[in-house]
Design a protein around this ligand. Structure first.
Ligand code: F6P
Length: 320
C-alpha cells in the first residue's frame, strides 16, 4: 500500500487529534502517503480531502475535538452510499482507510470491508467506552475527569445548602461514564440503564441519610436510564427534600485530552496505520490491560460490553 486515508467519524472525543497524529506519523515513517477526509464518511462522498504531512499534525496533541471535523452520515448507512464512497476512494488511489470513531462508525468500516473487500482498520474513539475489544476507548478518561470536576464543584454548593443534586451524564444507552464518575465523585446513588432501579428506594435512602445526619447528596444518572429533571421532581415530591438537577451534556466531549487519552490515542492510531500497511484489514485495535491488541470488527460489533460487577457492588457499598 502506498496511499491510505483517515477519517474521524461520529461523536467527537478528546484524543481524536492525538490518534490522528499517531496514524499520520506512523504511516509516513513507513513511506506511505496519507489523506484525511473531512466530516467523516460524508467527506469521502463529497471528496473533501486534506493532505496530511508530518507538520500538519504538529501541535494538535493538546487539542480536544478533531481537526478533520466529524459527522454522522446517513447516506453511508445505505448500500448505495457505501458503494459510491468506495468508488471515490478507489478513484483517488486510496488503498486502505483508518476509521477513528465509535460503534456506528466502526459498523460502516466493517460494511465496506465485507461488501467490497476494501481494507479498513478501526480505532475506538468515543467518550462512552461502550466498545468491546478494548478496555478503554479514546476520550473516556477525559470525559470522566471533566464530568468529575463539575460534580466536585456541585458537591460544595450541595453541602452548603443541604440539598440533593441529581446530575445527568452522557453515555447513550450505557452507564460506563455514570458508574465511573459515581465512584470517583463519592455519589450517594448511581442510576444506570444496565441495572433496574426504584426511585422510591432512592427516596427512602435519601430520607434515611437525613436521619443519620447526612444533609446533602449527589445522585448520578446516566442519560440512557432517566432524565435528571424527572428524577429530581420525583424525589422532591416523595420526600419534600430540597432538590436541584443539572445536565452536563456536551461539555463532557470537549477540552484538552488527559495524558492517559493522549498516550492511548497515539498508540492506537500508530498501531492501526502499521497493521493496515502490513496487510491486515477488518479489525479494530485496542488495549487489554496495558497491551495493544487487535480484534476482528465482526467480533467487536457483535459482542456487548458489560459493566464490571465488582464496580457496581463497590458503588453500592460506598453509598451507605
Ligand atoms: O456517543 C457519544 C455521545 O456523546 C453520547 O454519549 C450521546 O448520547 C451522543 O453522543 C450525543 O450525540 P449528539 O452530539 O449527536 O447530540
Amino acid at each position: 500500500m502506498k496511499r491510505i486515508g483517515v477519517i474521524t467519524s461520529g461523536g467527537d472525543a478528546p484524543g481524536m487529534n492525538a490518534a490522528l497524529r499517531g496514524t499520520v506519523r506512523a504511516a509516513i515513517s513507513r513511506g506511505a502517503e496519507i489523506i484525511g477526509f473531512l466530516h467523516g464518511y460524508s467527506g469521502i462522498l463529497a471528496k473533501e480531502t486534506m493532505s496530511l504531512d508530518s507538520m500538519s499534525v504538529g501541535g494538535i496533541i493538546t487539542q480536544g475535538g478533531t481537526i478533520l471535523r466529524t459527522a454522522r452520515c446517513k447516506e453511508f448507512m445505505e448500500f448505495a452510499g457505501r458503494e459510491r464512497a468506495v468508488g471515490n476512494l478507489r478513484e483517488l488511489g486510496v488503498e486502505g482507510l483508518v476509521v477513528i470513531g465509535g460503534d456506528g462508525s466502526l459498523t460502516g468500516a466493517r460494511a465496506i470491508h465485507e461488501e467490497f473487500g476494501f481494507p479498513v482498520l478501526g480505532v475506538p474513539g468515543s467518550i462512552d467506552n461502550d466498545i468491546s475489544g478494548t478496555d478503554f476507548s479514546i476520550g473516556f478518561d477525559t470525559a470522566v475527569n471533566t464530568a468529575l470536576e463539575a460534580i466536585d464543584r456541585v458537591r460544595d454548593t450541595a453541602y452548603s445548602h443541604e440539598r440533593i443534586f441529581v446530575i445527568e451524564v452522557m453515555g447513550r444507552h450505557n452507564g460506563f461514564i455514570a458508574l465511573e464518575v459515581g465512584l470517583a465523585g463519592g455519589a450517594e446513588a448511581v442510576i444506570i440503564p444496565e441495572v433496574p432501579f426504584s426511585l422510591l428506594d432512592i427516596c427512602d435512602t435519601m430520607l434515611a441519610m437525613r436521619q443519620k445526619g447526612k444533609n446533602s447528596s449527589i445522585i448520578i444518572v446516566a442519560e440512557g436510564a432517566a432524565r435528571a429533571s424527572d428524577v429530581k421532581d420525583f424525589i422532591h415530591k416523595h420526600t419534600g427534600l430540597e432538590s436541584r438537577y443539572m445536565v452536563l451534556g456536551h461539555m463532557q466531549r470537549g477540552g484538552r485530552p488527559t495524558a492517559f487519552d493522549r498516550v492511548l490515542a497515539l498508540r492506537l492510531g500508530a498501531m492501526a496505520a502499521n497493521r493496515l500497511l502490513s496487510g491486515y484489514s477488518g479489525e479494530m485495535v485496542g488495549v487489554d490491560g496495558n497491551k495493544l491488541v487487535s480484534h476482528p470488527l465482526g467480533y467487536v460489533l457483535t459482542t456487548k460490553r458489560t459493566v464490571d460487577p465488582e464496580k457496581l457492588l463497590l458503588a453500592e457499598v460506598m453509598s451507605n
